[in-house]
Ligand binder design. Structure first.
Ligand code: AMP
Length: 633
């Protein structure tokens, strides 16, 4: 846990200023190790996953070495998806906010080409893009990499899985020999090792391996929740969970204040603890927690180091820690003096790998917890309400009120229960006993069956900043040659049309798209569109067959309706609407992958508007939401 602070790492003062403004207190382990290596210009191999702070690990040192006067691209970051490209570009923009004349340009498939060409002509020092589109620009000579100083391959294993590795190698070969190179990957499959030894030869390797530790006295649970719902989820947990003292861990100094203030506003007694506070103030806050003057302390890792308060019954990891060491250290703040402790971890769906890594390193499974329901919150509030009444009856002298209310009842001919009900109503006005709680999406991924759902919750994410102004179509057109191999995958037998992944088997069904060879579509275009638009990991995308005017693709069974509608109505491939539908077998049943009749070469037309399906030729397409119509009498 002992880590240098940002100012001792040698990053440029303008970049340091941005980091300080963001409230980053301390470099994460991957940052502490990577920044000095990249600053000195060496190649780097980083074994790290999302959530470890890897973006800043490469962005801060590379920005420190940037020449703002050179407007041709100096840094190129390749990412597997456009979402990540946008995210990384935004991170660069934030870290470079004090570098004058700085421009970053995200470039990805599905975005209007003209806008990208204009952006490239205007000039940008940093380009962040998906491999297919970057390659398109290289071929058109609209992207000049001759002065490139650094190339980063982000989430390299994901790029491999999505079939981009050939494109990545082609791009690598186009970069100057003197160019500094960094590769980040959560895993190191042989194909990535090969790229490393070919293009990053002497790279220094950093990884955040950590020792296994046991934390037996502490019961650990996690809740999978999107970042934007964390505050509401926390509030519900605080309402229902019986706790004595609590520490809530967040990542930044500013978040300690923000979360503590929000909790105070919601009626909890909370205080912030961070490295900006003087030693005296920190000690005072810890003493208040010890004495019970405050129940909740919201802290950063640094500020809570060594904190030993017996009454801490709960640790909440509001922001997931960067590494397993930090997790063990955090939850060790509870379960002191032989007591039982409770640890709760919030995990965003994209941070699932960190969760697994923590479980692996502690050797303990962390069980999934349910978000307290509205009914549980109500029953807890009713219980507290009753307790308060009983306590006041026991401890307070209420005679004067008794007389007052008896007189009121007598004069106005009211029952005592009418009066009590009215008083109760007034009492609970600010904190309703039966609140209507906002819906919170919790995305647990079938952990009970040991496997994640292939379909993630769709999160619409609008790009911000410069790229938001560029018109963009929704289709994600990715490289043409990329994964032709995908269509050559061996046919599986009908039984084995179940797909297998590391967690076991799952059923696949065949879908049809109204785009094919005549529309210039390649399997890579289809994978790109589905992976990006449906946020389905490429390993879940099965066999693709291309016909003249349509194609078929095998996808896992159980696609949510919202996602299906999106793919059916909104998504385009190579500028043409995908119009996804389910392929049927002869009986009109949706075909399991590989079991349907070989699709006819001519697409079957849907019945004209106004005509019923009953009269039309049996349609080979079936929507999951299509119900046979009843005959009109
Ligand atoms: P990444 O692993 O790059 O996706 O980063 C995960 C999150 O951690 C992002 O929201 C960053 O803003 C945040 N972050 C990165 N480095 C730090 C740091 N040193 N202190 C606090 N937050 C950080």
């Amino acid at each position: 846990m002992s880590s240098p602070d940002f100012s001792s790492l040698g990053i440029a003062s303008s970049v340091l200023q941005a980091v300080q403004e963001l409230g980053y207190e301390q470099p994460s382990p991957i940052q502490a190790q990577s920044i000095p290596i990249l600053l000195e210009g060496a190649n780097l191999l980083g074994v790290a996953q999302t959530g470890t702070g890897k973006t800043a690990a490469f962005a801060l040192p590379l920005l420190s070495n940037l020449d703002p006067k050179q407007s041709t691209p100096q840094i190129l970051v390749l990412t597997p998806t456009r979402e990540l490209a946008i995210q990384v570009a935004e991170a660069f923009q934030t870290y470079a906010r004090h570098i004058k004349g700085f421009h970053v340009l995200p470039i990805y498939g599905g975005q209007d080409m003209r806008g990208q060409l204009r952006g490239l002509q205007r000039g940008a020092q940093v380009i962040v893009g998906t491999p297919g589109r970057i390659l398109d620009h290289l071929r058109r000579r609209s992207l000049d990499l001759s002065k490139l100083r650094a190339l980063v391959l982000d989430e390299a294993d994901e790029m491999l899985r999505m079939g981009f590795i050939d494109d990545v190698e082609t791009i690598l070969a186009e970069t100057p020999k003197s160019c500094q190179r960094a590769l980040f990957s959560a895993t190191m499959p042989p194909a990535i090792r090969r790229v490393v030894s070919k293009y990053l030869g002497d790279a220094k390797e950093v990884s955040i391996a950590s020792k296994t530790r046991t934390v037996e006295r502490i019961s650990q649970r996690y809740l999978m929740v999107q970042g934007r719902h964390k505050m509401d989820a926390l509030t519900r947990i605080l309402e229902v969970e019986e706790f004595d003292g609590m520490i809530i861990f967040v990542r930044t100094k500013s978040a300690t204040v923000e979360v503590a203030e929000k909790l105070e506003a919601r009626g909890f007694s909370a205080a912030a603890l961070n490295g900006d506070l003087s030693q005296a103030l920190r000690e005072r806050t810890v003493n208040r927690l010890k004495k019970g003057d405050v129940d909740i302390v919201v802290a950063t890792d640094v500020a809570a180091r060594g904190l030993d308060v017996e009454r801490i019954s709960h640790v909440v990891n509001y922001d997931i820690p960067y590494d397993n060491e930090a997790y063990v250290h955090r939850i060790g703040r509870t379960g002191r003096a032989g007591r039982e402790g409770q640890a709760i971890l919030f995990v965003a769906p994209k941070e699932r790998r960190l969760l697994r890594s923590i479980e692996h390193s502690t050797g303990q499974a962390i069980s999934s917890m349910d978000l307290p329901t509205g009914a549980q919150v109500s029953s807890q509030r009713v219980e507290q309400f009753q307790q308060r009444i009983l306590q006041q009856i026991e401890t307070e002298d209420l005679d004067v009120f008794r007389e007052l209310l008896e007189k009121l009842a007598h004069d106005r001919e009211l029952s005592m229960s009418d009066i009590a009900a009215s008083l109760a109503w007034q009492m609970q006005q600010d904190r309703p006993l039966f609140p209507k709680l906002a819906h919170i999406e919790t995305g647990d991924r079938e952990r009970s069956s040991g496997r994640e759902k292939p379909f993630r919750e769709r999160e619409t994410r609008e790009p911000r900043g410069r790229e938001a102004r560029e018109p963009r179509s929704r289709e994600a057109r990715e490289p043409r040659e990329r994964s032709e191999k995908r269509s050559e995958r061996p046919e599986r037998s009908s039984e084995s049309r179940k797909q297998r992944d590391e967690f076991g088997e799952f059923d696949m069904v065949t879908y049809r798209m109204e785009v094919g060879k005549n529309q210039g579509v390649s399997p890579g275009d289809i994978v790109g569109a589905i992976a990006n638009e449906a946020d389905i990991e490429s390993r879940y995308i099965g066999q693709i067959k291309l016909y003249d005017d349509y194609s078929t693709v095998d996808l896992p069974d159980g696609m949510p309706k919202e996602l299906f509608d999106h793919l059916k109505n909104k998504v385009r491939v190579c500028q043409h609407p995908m119009k996804l539908s389910r392929q049927c077998d002869e009986s009109g049943q949706a075909a399991p992958a590989g079991k349907g009749k070989a699709p006819s070469k001519r697409p079957v037309k849907a019945p004209a508007k106004g005509k019923s399906f009953a009269k039309a030729k049996p349609d080979t397409r079936l929507d999951p939401d299509h119900k046979p119509r009843k005959k009109r009498q």
